[in-house]
Design a protein around this ligand. Structure first.
Ligand SMILES: Cc1ncc(COP(=O)(O)O)c(C=O)c1O
Length: 393
């Protein structure tokens, strides 16, 4: 007989404040969202520099649809590779100052491909304890038996484990880290990881999902931010956040990218990215490469939001990027905070287990270049009001 674990699980999630009430948006992504016919200040999207609804991306997508249609009707390795895919790969490689780039249909898949294709059962993975779920899942998928997890961003803890790691002879070693940690907004200690990787002959991989379009010159990402071009073997990116569309990619040296192109199951066994997505992304890369005006606005807004919240005595963690966690702790309080803000016309999603450890729930506030100071002031006023009501401050 089938166990009724599904109903039990859903009920228990509801009781613990872990159940997701998913909202439906009926507008473009921008400073405001339309939900159930009402306008809400948007403090939760990853639309860092406003590209998700940029008219230039829309135009590029429409033009491409008229020329090539919508879908590619095949995987890339059969007949699904359109000239737009190649153009995007070349532009992304140039933007990231890498030799080559492989495009995939999501950042999650790109992490899967980057890790599973390189690492086998007997190899070694060294991973930050707070790495994104897609990295954790990718390591699981690789079947790797030799995992070394170091304390968050703690290179000393990694070094402490080196003697144990080096007992494994002649095995591929991969050090993998988020660039920007997506729940806290802090940065990986990439320069020190480069040194460790060199010392122990490891590959170094960074998932730059929240760094692209945000860090470095014109948003080239964390490797550019730390001036480490050529020193990080594998960069994984998403095209769903600052780039404003969807998709993922891997950049690295030509040989490595070709290895992934020939071997990665997440490339070989899934359809190519759609025509409008690809065309819009070409426009997105062109826009980022040409101007940093929106990027400056993003950072201005970030500083303003953080300064004002700190003046009000909120705990905003140790973020170094626009990701602004408003630390709460209890899952139900975080959920209630978000619901009360919603009633006040502000969208700020609660982040809770399993996205972060139990007892560390928070609201994750995401300023973007689309906000004006007036928008942010409105949000701050409402956040203060509910914070006082729930005794968070
Ligand atoms: C750090 C990190 N890596 C990977 C991903 C997955 O990217 P995508 O949404 O393109 O699948 C995300 C997005 O949630 C992320 O935050």
């Amino acid at each position: 007989m089938r166990q009724n674990f599904i109903e039990t699980t859903l009920t228990s999630m509801k009781q613990k404040g872990l159940y997701n009430n998913i909202k439906t948006v009926d507008s473009e992504q921008g400073a405001y969202l339309n939900i159930n016919g009402k306008k809400y200040l948007n403090l939760c999207s990853n639309n860092y520099v406003g590209l998700a609804s940029d008219p230039r991306l829309k135009k590029a997508a429409i033009r491409a649809i008229e020329k090539y249609g919508v879908g590619t009707a095949s995987v890339r390795s059969l007949i699904g590779t359109n000239s737009l895919h190649i153009e995007l790969e070349e532009k992304l490689a140039r933007f990231k100052k890498a030799e080559g780039c492989l495009l995939l249909t999501g950042g999650y898949l790109a992490n899967m491909a980057a890790i599973q294709t390189l690492i086998g059962k007997e190899d070694i993975v060294i991973s930050d304890e707070l790495n994104h779920a897609s990295i954790i899942d990718a390591v699981r998928l690789s079947g790797c038996k030799n995992k070394f997890i170091y304390k968050h961003a703690d290179v000393k803890d990694l070094r402490r484990q080196i003697p144990e790691i080096l007992k494994f002879k002649k095995r591929t070693i991969l050090i993998v880290t988020d660039g920007v940690f997506s729940m806290d907004g802090d940065l990986a200690p990439l320069p020190d990881l480069v040194k460790v990787a060199k010392e122990i002959g490891a590959y170094l991989m960074v998932d730059d999902a929240h760094g692209e379009g945000v860090l470095g010159k014109n948003g080239r990402g964390i490797v550019d931010h730390f001036h480490l071009h050529g020193k990080v073997d594998i960069e994984v990116g998403t095209l769903s956040k600052a780039f404003g569309v969807m998709g993922g990619f891997i950049t690295g040296n030509k040989e490595l990218v070709e290895y992934y192109r020939q071997k990665a199951r997440q490339f070989l066994f899934t359809n190519a990215l759609s025509i409008p997505d690809t065309a819009a992304l070409i426009a997105a890369v062109d826009i980022l490469a040409k101007s940093d005006r929106e990027l400056k606005r993003l950072w201005d807004n970030t500083k303003y939001l953080k300064d004002e919240l700190q003046k009000l005595d909120f705990d905003i963690g140790k973020s170094e990027t626009p990701i602004t966690p408003l630390m709460i702790g209890d899952e139900n309080t975080a959920k209630q905070y978000s619901m009360e803000l919603f009633k006040e016309g502000v969208m700020a999603t609660p982040i809770k287990f399993p996205m972060v450890p139990l007892g560390t729930a928070r609201l994750r506030l995401m300023p973007s270049a689309t906000h004006t100071k007036k928008d942010l002031d409105l949000g701050i006023k409402k956040i203060e009001k509910i914070g006082k009501k729930l005794k968070v401050i």
